[in-house]
Design a protein around this ligand. Structure first.
Ligand code: AMP
Length: 501
């Protein structure tokens, strides 16, 4: 089965019913099927060949969805890029993925052989010949590349295939959203380039519309949720905190106007205070997902009825058809309350890293087990608890920030001799980026913060820089980020940090 088959069948089954809603723009299931066929045909006519990578930099909206699934039907490989990153960051990914084409809105971050602006899409769709675009690719061939960072600071792409995409849809339909029907409504308030995009197909195949909000704000979310009577949504923890700060949220609930049945969240640790407040205000609608780019959103989930006070620190139980283990550094499979690395296996995982065979070999065992790099433990009832990230990735507002990348930017400042970048706990953003630096000549911390503008996306820029006489180092001279973090946050060592092997 191909992804295009799901769209074609939904087009036949649900015809004139709304499939995609973006403000006043609506596409029916039949129109969505037809437009993705036509655009796929037009893309192939432009000189692209099945297997070619196509980078996409588009704001949240219908255009992006049509492009994504036209690429799927045409056998092309989608490389979705986060609009919040800088042109410099996009250019790196376009180069690394060897993209032959770029579909973009605004200024192009780089030049590729074939350049397509968002404004050209309607004409491409209108003038392409009708009829199905149905390039059939191998189940294990790349369908999309998802960029993720890594401790080296250089982002690398995860190869996701038709097999992994279909497994993700199946996992969602079995465990997370088993009752979808044409009366369900998915509200995409988070970027569809990221987690929210995974909710598109499960709703489509069940005849439920996907409503897209261009930019998240609590007001825009509430407006769309009330207008369309949204039943499902996905948020990163930061968005939940923002929604709860908005007085209109509780008012909408009190008036009985909110139809939300599932508020799915994940992608970063959530403060239990925020989660408890969310349940108090919105009711038992929260479902937590734990996953990563290498195994998107589908390693474990914590169901609404499992959100009891003592379970709020858990990431839930494995999806029915997903294998999960906790192992020690020697590879021994661990039991209850033993702390080790989390591994997962199943068709939901990536097939490999793009053009990084060594990284692939380090991450996936020959028998298919994938090392997540997360540290956790099982409790006596079989719930997984995440304790820390093996590497010191910072997650701010749901986006990953790789300390090395930020350190590299700081070190390009002429006065900065050493830098250690850490995440400081923040109730709204989950974590915010902070840095301690050692300078070689007199410098001003505020000027160093300003220096990072234009070099790093907003969510990666340090909010605070402190100038220290020296940075803490281990006996072998490695920078001790954890000590820096605790000193900057003014917190003592926690159980979670000391438990990390
Ligand atoms: P990414 O690859 O950008 O999706 O980031 C994945 C990482 O985010 C995981 O390896 C975890 O460290 C973290 N993460 C994802 N989901 C959760 C969750 N539900 N709770 C805590 N951390 C999470």
């Amino acid at each position: 089965m191909q992804i295009g088959d799901l769209i074609r069948r939904a087009g036949r089954q649900y015809g004139a019913a709304p499939a995609l809603v973006d403000g006043d723009r609506v596409l029916s299931f039949a129109e969505f099927d037809e437009q993705t066929d036509r655009l796929g045909t037009a893309l192939l006519a432009s000189g692209l060949e099945p297997g070619d990578r196509v980078a996409v930099v588009l704001p949240n909206g219908i255009d992006g969805v049509v492009v994504y699934y036209a690429l799927a039907k045409a056998g092309l490989v989608r490389v979705p890029l986060n609009t919040r990153e800088t042109a410099h960051e996009h250019a790196y990914k376009i180069d690394d993925s060897q993209a032959r084409a770029l579909v973009f809105a605004g200024d192009p971050p780089a030049r590729t052989e074939i350049m397509i602006t968002a404004a050209e899409l309607p004409a491409m769709i209108a003038t392409a010949p009708p009829g199905p675009c149905d390039e059939r690719r191998d189940q294990d061939a790349p369908l999309r590349l998802a960029y993720t960072g890594g401790t080296t600071g250089k982002p690398k792409a995860v190869v996701l295939t038709t097999r992994s995409e279909l497994a993700e849809v199946a996992n969602f339909l079995v465990d997370l959203l088993p009752n979808l029907h044409p009366g369900s409504v998915m509200l995409h308030a988070a970027p569809i380039t990221h987690g929210s995009g995974a909710f598109f197909l499960p709703h489509l195949v069940k005849g439920a519309p996907n409503v897209i909000v261009a930019t998240f704000s609590p007001a825009a979310f509430l407006d769309a949720a009330l207008r369309h009577r949204a039943t499902s949504t996905f948020m990163v923890p930061t968005m939940i905190a923002m929604l709860l700060e908005e007085p209109a949220t509780a008012a909408a609930v009190a008036a009985g106007d909110l139809a939300l049945e599932r508020l799915c969240y994940g992608g970063a640790p959530i403060a239990t205070t925020v989660l408890q407040r969310g349940i108090d205000v919105l009711g038992p609608v929260f479902a937590q997902l734990y996953g990563q780019a290498e195994a998107p959103l589908a390693i474990t989930c914590l169901q609404p009825w499992e959100h009891t006070p003592e379970r709020l620190t858990s990431a839930g139980k494995p999806y029915t058809f997903v294998e999960v283990q906790v192992r020690d550094t020697a590879g021994r499979v661990l039991g209850t309350d033993e702390v080790g690395e989390i591994l997962t296996r199943g068709p939901h995982t990536m097939s490999r890293y793009w053009r990084r065979p060594e990284a692939t070999a380090e991450t996936i065992e020959p028998d298919g087990w994938l090392h997540t790099g997360d540290i956790g433990r099982w409790d006596a009832e079989g719930y997984l608890h995440l304790l820390d990230r093996r590497h010191d990735v910072i997650i701010s507002g749901g986006f990953n920030v790789y300390p090395r990348e930020v350190e590299d930017a700081l070190l390009s400042h002429p006065a900065v001799a050493q830098a250690a970048v850490v995440g400081i706990p923040d109730e709204k953003w989950g974590e915010r980026v902070a840095a301690a630096v050692v300078v070689r000549s007199p410098a001003d911390a505020a000027e160093i913060v300003a220096f990072c503008e234009g070099r790093l996306a907003g969510f990666k820029r340090p909010r605070a820089v402190e100038i220290w006489p020296e940075l803490p180092t281990s006996p072998v001279g490695k920078s001790l980020r954890r000590e820096v973090r605790d000193r900057m946050a003014g917190i003592p060592m926690t159980a979670a940090t000391t438990a990390t092997p």
